[in-house]
Write a protein that binds this ligand. Structure first.
Ligand SMILES: Cc1cc2nc3c(=O)[nH]c(=O)nc-3n(C[C@H](O)[C@H](O)[C@H](O)COP(=O)(O)OP(=O)(O)OC[C@H]3O[C@@H](n4cnc5c(N)ncnc54)[C@H](O)[C@@H]3O)c2cc1C
Length: 433
């Protein structure tokens, strides 16, 4: 059996659903194929869903700032209200502790340029605003089996506070909201359906093969397979034309009771604590999410096969994370057992995503999202639609990259910044981007 569409999107995560919505808005007949059970059930469901603007390049900062406006007016962006519930943007602000050699000076220059508000906090002000913190500086981060972990602080922290950041209260629901809006534009979603091959002939994509032998035909195929996107690029032979690589990285995130007077309701901010190698973000219901920021002392767990990795958090990483939290927040009560998850980032070599075409005509990609692109999903859908339209109009996105104008700022985002052929971008080399 063979069926046809104008575009096939592989993956119904938050980014795949956003891509499908924007392609359908452009008048295309779109089919989304996902081997999972529902929109957002892949790595999106594990996301910490932090919305922040602390990136190392102007295009990345503008992208996050523009995308935030779409989350603020979610119903306006979707053009409808999902009867199954709508996600909410919850504003917390973002606290970033200074560390030696960090890139906060560059971030501040970019924020000044874009017009993102922030303030400097000296040690006294930091201690006064959030008295629950131990504001000792312990850099560099250490494992707990390192005797130096117990060393006294070498100084006192200072920070920048940016008030517009926050998080989305339910990442999987955000993908379902996008899928709801996409269906209203005629998008067809096929779940429990695995893509097993990409039909490439004469340097052009013609469609995909599904498990069971069915063929789906379309002149446009978009790879939004999250941690599986490397496999899908290889299926198509699209990996050969990439100058920057990408691969899955296993991550653990823990849910813990917040310390007293440091909950969301108390105004506790999302906190990037690169001094100890962790982030803490408040959660609805008096808890925190705690994750890592890839400090040099923590081994990186690269995964060869994204279908086979340990989905449960380890006691070892739990103990490291909990001791780090307890160091920063002396009033924190370490839980008796790990509650959390293990999931995969799809990490690009420079921690910058690919929103791009490929060397195969009609085959596009939105991947390499490096643990930091949930926030950009609604705009990523618009990026892919713009790139696909640009190519359909006879342009070459490699030669003349799309210059995307942001509705919030009127500023131009050079989508060449997300090219598979870029020279690796100068970033923090971590999830911070
Ligand atoms: C633990 C964790 C914390 C994070 N925290 C943040 C954060 O705080 N802020 C932020 O901005 N970003 C964060 N991210 C990153 C963000 O969540 C991801 O970039 C984003 O969710 C990726 O969405 P996606 O649609 O590309 O992929 P996914 O949600 O992974 O969707 C891919 C889909 O493709 C399907 N698929 C794969 N292979 C096939 C196939 N062969 N056939 C059919 N279907 C297939 C899968 O079933 C899946 O549903 C985090 C990620 C993780 C894992």
């Amino acid at each position: 059996m063979s069926d046809s569409a104008d575009a096939i999107v592989i993956g119904a995560g938050v980014i795949g659903s956003a891509v499908a919505l924007e392609l359908a808005r452009g008048g295309r007949r779109v089919v989304v194929v996902d081997k999972g059970p529902a929109a957002g059930a892949g790595s999106t469901s594990s996301s910490s869903s932090i919305i922040r603007f602390s990136y190392s390049t102007v295009d990345a900062v503008l992208t996050a700032w523009e995308a935030a406006a779409l989350w603020h007016d979610w119903e306006g962006h979707l053009g409808a209200s999902d009867p199954d519930g709508m996600v909410r943007f919850i504003r917390t602000g973002m606290l970033i502790f200074h560390t030696p050699g960090d890139n906060t000076a560059r971030i501040e220059r970019l924020w000044n340029d874009v017009g993102i508000p922030y303030e400097h906090l000296g040690s006294d002000e930091l201690a006064q605003r959030w008295p629950g913190f131990d504001i000792g500086a312990y850099f560099p981060p250490k494992r707990i089996d390192d005797p130096a972990f117990a060393d006294d602080a070498t100084g006192r922290l200072t920070a920048i506070f940016e008030p517009e950041s926050g998080f989305i209260d339910d990442p999987a629901l955000s993908a379902r909201n996008l899928a709801y809006a996409a269906r209203r534009h005629g998008v067809q979603f096929r779940f429990h359906t695995e893509v097993t091959g990409i039909d490439v002939r004469g340097g052009c994509v013609h469609g995909v093969s599904l498990e069971g032998g069915e063929q789906l035909r379309a002149p446009v195929v978009v790879n939004v397979g999250g941690p599986h996107s490397g496999i899908i690029n290889r299926m198509a032979g699209a990996d050969a034309g990439m100058r920057v690589g990408h691969r899955p990285l296993r991550q653990e995130v823990f849910t813990v009771p917040a310390a007293a007077a440091m909950t969301l309701d108390d105004g506790f901010p999302a906190t990037a604590d690169l001094d100890l190698g962790q982030y803490i973000r408040p959660q609805v219901g008096g808890t925190w999410l705690v994750g890592g920021t890839e400090p040099e002392c923590d081994p990186l767990h690269w995964v060869d096969d994204p279908d086979h990795f340990d989905e449960y958090p380890t006691v070892e990483q739990f103990e490291v994370n909990m001791m780090r939290v307890a160091r920063r927040v002396p009033g924190f009560g370490i839980p008796h057992r790990p509650v959390g998850l293990a999931a995969l980032y799809d990490v690009a070599d420079d921690w910058v995503p690919f929103y791009d075409k490929s060397d195969i005509a009609g085959f596009f990609m939105a991947c390499g999202t490096s643990g930091n692109q949930f926030k950009n999903a609604p705009l990523a859908g618009k990026f892919l639609a713009a790139i696909i339209d640009h190519e359909a109009a006879g342009n070459d996105h490699d030669e003349s990259p799309v210059q995307f104008t942001g509705a919030r700022t009127g500023r131009t985002i050079n989508l060449g910044a997300f090219s598979r052929r870029r020279s690796p971008s100068a970033t923090s080399g971590t999830v911070m981007g």
